[in-house]
Design a protein around this ligand. Structure first.
Ligand SMILES: *Cc1c(COP(=O)(O)O)cnc(C)c1O
Length: 545
C-alpha cells in the first residue's frame, strides 16, 4: 500500500523526529502551537454549538465501511494541523455530542469547559503517580485530595486527618480508572481480609483460592448484592476467583431497594451452613439503571451484627453528599467499610476517573505489593496499594475543580439534577400516553409508553394474554427509543426492569439521567413530545408492531 509519492515535508527522518520533542523557541512556532490549541478549544466548541443534535445521521454500516483500512503508513501522512482539522470535521460530528442538553440517556454528559484545560495540564506534566520518583508533589497532592473526600464521607476528627493525610504507613483510598476498578479494589481487599493469613497459611493473595478455602474449611465464598447492582460486581466475582454466580442477588422491596429483613435471613442461613464465607455485602447509592439508594444505615446494622464487610457502591450517587438539600439521602454511607465514587460521573470530570475509599486506614495493606525498582517498602509510592500500575495525576483535576466550584457549586448541580428529574416525573404523570416505572429518588428515572387502550386491556386480560400485550408494549418502547436515537435530535436510553429477583426478562423502560445543568423542563417536554409523535405514528401505521 506504499503511497506513490512522499510529500517533501512529510518524511520520517531523524531530524524532524527530534524536533517534536523540543519545545518551540521562536515566536512563530509558539504561535502555531497556540493556534492549534485554539482549534481544539473553539473548533470543537463551535461544532457542539452548531449541532444542537446529538450526532450526525449516519448508519453504523456506512460508518464502519469508512474504517476498514488496517495498514499503517510507514511515512508520515499528515501534519498536526491537518490531523486536528480532520478530527474536528470528520470525527467530532460523528462522535456523540454528550454535552447536548437533549442528551439525557446516560451517565456521561457535559463537563465544565475548564476541565479541558485541567486535562491538558495533566497531559503536559505527564506525571506517573505510581511512584514518588515520577510524580513527587502529585503523589503528595493525591494523598491530600483522598483525605478531603474521605472526610466528606466519614467525617472523622481533625486529629484523624492530621495523622493520616500524609502518613506513609496508612492509606485512605485510591484513585482508579473508574467505578469498575474501584469496586474490584474494594472487593479484593474484602476477600483478602476474609481469607487472611493465620499460623502457617499465608493468605489467599499468596496461596490462591483453593488453598484458602481449605485453610478456612469453606466450600466457597460469596458476595451479597442487590440484583440492581452494577455488572462490575459480577466481574469482580469472576476475577477474584469466587465465580460471578457467587455474587448472589438478595431480595429487594417494591421500590427495588434491598429488603433488609430478607438480607438478614439470608445471612443467617448462609452462616448456618458453616461452609460458606461471606466476603462482602454491597449496598448501592444510586443504582445505574434507576438511581435508587439502598437503605444504607439498615444494611450497615446487619453487617455490623454479623461482622461483615459493607461496601457502598456510590459510583453514581457519591457527590450527592455535597448537596445541602439532598445529602440526607446517602445517610449511612459513612458506615461503609469501603466506598466507590466515580470522578467522571457526578464530579463532572473528563473520562476517566474513579475512586475507592476505606474507613480503616490499614485496610489496603491487604493488597500491598512491593517491587525492588519501584514501590519499595516504607516509601510513599502510591502504586504499592493500587490495582493499576502507571496512573495519571487525576487528583489534580478533582482538586482544582473543587477549588473552582466549591462543595456548594457541586451541590447546586446535584440539586438541579434531582429537582429537574422530579419535574420530569410530573410531566410524565400528566401525559396519558406514558407510565412512570421508577420515580427519581436521585436524578435518574424510568418510564414507558403505555397507550391507555392497551393499559385497559392488560388490566382485564388473562395471564397468557397479558404476557402478549406486555410484549407488544415492550416492542413499542424499543421502536420509539430507536427511532428517536436515530433521528439524532435527542436521546434517552433504554433498559429492562425486573420485579424482584425473578428471572424473567422484565419490562422495557425508557431511562433518563438528568445531570446536564442546561437541561430544563422545556427541553424535556420537547423530548416527550418527540416520543409521543413517534409512538402515535407507529400506533397508527397499518401493521403497528
Ligand atoms: C457507572 C457505575 C459503575 C461502573 O463504573 P465505571 O466508571 O463505568 O467503571 C459501578 N457502579 C455503579 C452504581 C455505576 O453507576
Amino acid at each position: 500500500m506504499e503511497k506513490q509519492y512522499i510529500k517533501k515535508d512529510l518524511v520520517a527522518d531523524w531530524e524532524s523526529l527530534q524536533r517534536i520533542f523540543i519545545r518551540p523557541e521562536d515566536d512563530a512556532s509558539r504561535e502555531t502551537l497556540i493556534k492549534y490549541m485554539e482549534q481544539i478549544l473553539f473548533g470543537l466548541h463551535d461544532f457542539l454549538n452548531k449541532n444542537v443534535g446529538v450526532t450526525e445521521a449516519i448508519s453504523l454500516k456506512a460508518l464502519t465501511d469508512l474504517y476498514k483500512e488496517t495498514v499503517i503508513s510507514p511515512h508520515p501522512e499528515k501534519k498536526l494541523a491537518d490531523v486536528i482539522s480532520d478530527i474536528i470535521q470528520g470525527i467530532a460530528p460523528r462522535a456523540v455530542n454528550v454535552a447536548s442538553p437533549y442528551f439525557v440517556g446516560h451517565m456521561t454528559a457535559a463537563i465544565p469547559f475548564f476541565m479541558v484545560h485541567l486535562k491538558a495540564i495533566v497531559a503536559a506534566l505527564n506525571q506517573n503517580v505510581i511512584k514518588l520518583e515520577t510524580s513527587k508533589v502529585l503523589s503528595v497532592l493525591e494523598k491530600q485530595v483522598l483525605a478531603k473526600i474521605h472526610r466528606l464521607i466519614y467525617k472523622n476528627s481533625e486529629i484523624f486527618y492530621h495523622t493520616h493525610v500524609q502518613s506513609t504507613d496508612t492509606t485512605l483510598g485510591s484513585f482508579t480508572t473508574g467505578g469498575t476498578t474501584a469496586n474490584l479494589t474494594a472487593l479484593w481487599v474484602a476477600r483478602n481480609l476474609l481469607l487472611k493469613p493465620f499460623d502457617r497459611f499465608q493468605g489467599v493473595e499468596a496461596q490462591g483460592m483453593a488453598e484458602a478455602l481449605k485453610a478456612y474449611s469453606l466450600d466457597k465464598a460469596v458476595i451479597l448484592a442487590s440484583p440492581r447492582g452494577h455488572f462490575s460486581l459480577k466481574k469482580a466475582g469472576g476475577i477474584l476467583g469466587i465465580g460471578h454466580k457467587n455474587v448472589i442477588p438478595v431480595d429487594v422491596d417494591a421500590h427495588h431497594r434491598v429488603d433488609v429483613l430478607k438480607l438478614n435471613r439470608r445471612i443467617v442461613d448462609l452462616k448456618k451452613n458453616g461452609k460458606i464465607g461471606i466476603m462482602a455485602v454491597v449496598g448501592i447509592a444510586g443504582a445505574t439503571e434507576t438511581g435508587i439508594v439502598d437503605p444504607l444505615d439498615a444494611i450497615a446494622d446487619v453487617c455490623e451484627d454479623h461482622g461483615l464487610h459493607f461496601h457502598v457502591d456510590a459510583a453514581w450517587g457519591g457527590p450527592v453528599m455535597l448537596s445541602e438539600r439532598y445529602a440526607f439521602k446517602l445517610k449511612g454511607i459513612e458506615r461503609g467499610d469501603s466506598v466507590t465514587i466515580d470522578g467522571h460521573k457526578q464530579f463532572f470530570m473528563p473520562m476517566t476517573c474513579g475512586m475507592v475509599y476505606f474507613r480503616d486506614p490499614l485496610a489496603m495493606d491487604a493488597i500491598a505489593y512491593h517491587a525492588n525498582y519501584v514501590n519499595r517498602e516504607g516509601s510513599v509510592d502510591l502504586g504499592i496499594k493500587t490495582l493499576e500500575g502507571s496512573r495519571e495525576a487525576n487528583s489534580l483535576i478533582l482538586d482544582s475543580s473543587l477549588k473552582i466550584m466549591g462543595t456548594r457549586g457541586y451541590g447546586l448541580m446535584v440539586d438541579h439534577g434531582i429537582e429537574t428529574a422530579q419535574g420530569f416525573s410530573r410531566a410524565i404523570h400528566a401525559r396519558e400516553l406514558f407510565e412512570m416505572v421508577t420515580e427519581p429518588e436521585l436524578n435518574i428515572l424510568t418510564y414507558r409508553i403505555l397507550p391507555p387502550k392497551i393499559k385497559e386491556q392488560i388490566l382485564s386480560a388473562s395471564p397468557g394474554e397479558k404476557e402478549k400485550l406486555e410484549d407488544r408494549v415492550n416492542q413499542l418502547n424499543i421502536k420509539v427509543q430507536r427511532e428517536q436515537r436515530e433521528a439524532g435530535k435527542s436521546f434517552v436510553s433504554r433498559t429492562r426492569i425486573r420485579q424482584g429477583t425473578k428471572d424473567t426478562e422484565g419490562q422495557v423502560v425508557l431511562r433518563a439521567v438528568i445531570m446536564n445543568p442546561m437541561t430544563d423542563m422545556d427541553i424535556l417536554n420537547e423530548v416527550l413530545d418527540e416520543q409521543e409523535e413517534i409512538a402515535k405514528k407507529i400506533l397508527q401505521s397499518p401493521e403497528p408492531f
